[in-house]
Design a protein around this ligand. Structure first.
Ligand SMILES: [Zn+2]
Ligand SMILES: [Zn+2]
Length: 204
């Protein structure tokens, strides 16, 4: 098959050398310390662990090859990269049965421009149950802005009976300010009595 990164022919997806380069971008490679509470990679034990504070984490920073691949995925429409990104996220999922993935829905504008929902496609490639429980209110980004002038995102949550549900994991491609992920996690926590965490490919 063709490596989605370098387009060489390879028996593995991606090819071994691209896999190695991508592993170098993982926070687990960049950050040697591990949080004593949750086990997540952390820059320094002198600071509070990001995951313990926010309940979300990402595979790696939006830099270098990861950034280039994200542009190829979101702007260039290279959809097979969703399989690659999913393979990076699967090892970061919490262990145990009963996990359900909830993709952050694409904005209406992004969906029109791109022709596919990048978060949904990513979640569907992670070989786990997927439930589309979130809807952006007022058809996309709300008009009101926060104090820093950024658009606020709000979600409507679908109440669904999910038998043997143990935890929800919100899946997104990129976490920029974190406000979208925080809103998604908080909305789901209000409706479902299970732990909710967030997972993204890149942290900007
Ligand atoms: Zn390659
Ligand atoms: Zn932690």
């Amino acid at each position: 098959m063709e490596c989605p990164v370098c387009a060489c022919l390879s028996a593995t997806f991606p090819c071994p050398s691209c896999r190695k380069v991508l592993e170098g971008y993982a926070f687990s490679s960049l950050w040697r310390e591990r949080c004593p509470v949750c086990g997540c990679p952390t820059l320094s034990l002198a600071y509070p662990c990001r995951f313990c504070e926010t309940h979300y984490q990402a595979y790696g920073p939006l830099q270098g090859l990861l950034r280039e691949l994200m542009v190829r995925y979101k702007v260039g429409g290279q959809r097979d990269l969703s399989r690659l990104f999913a393979s990076l996220l699967i090892p970061l999922l919490p262990p145990g049965a009963g996990t359900c993935l909830v993709p952050v829905p694409a904005s209406g504008e992004g969906l029109r421009r791109r022709g596919f929902d990048q978060g949904l496609l990513l979640a569907r490639n992670m070989h786990m149950p997927v439930a589309r429980l979130l809807t952006r209110t007022s058809r996309g980004v709300q008009k009101q802005q926060d104090r820093r002038g950024r658009a606020q995102v709000a979600f409507q949550v679908e109440d669904r009976n999910l038998p043997s549900l143990r935890r929800l994991v919100v899946v997104d491609d990129v976490i920029t300010t974190g406000s979208t992920m925080r809103a998604a996690i908080a909305s789901l926590e209000q409706h479902y009595a299970v732990p909710v965490t967030g997972l993204a490919v890149c942290l900007a």
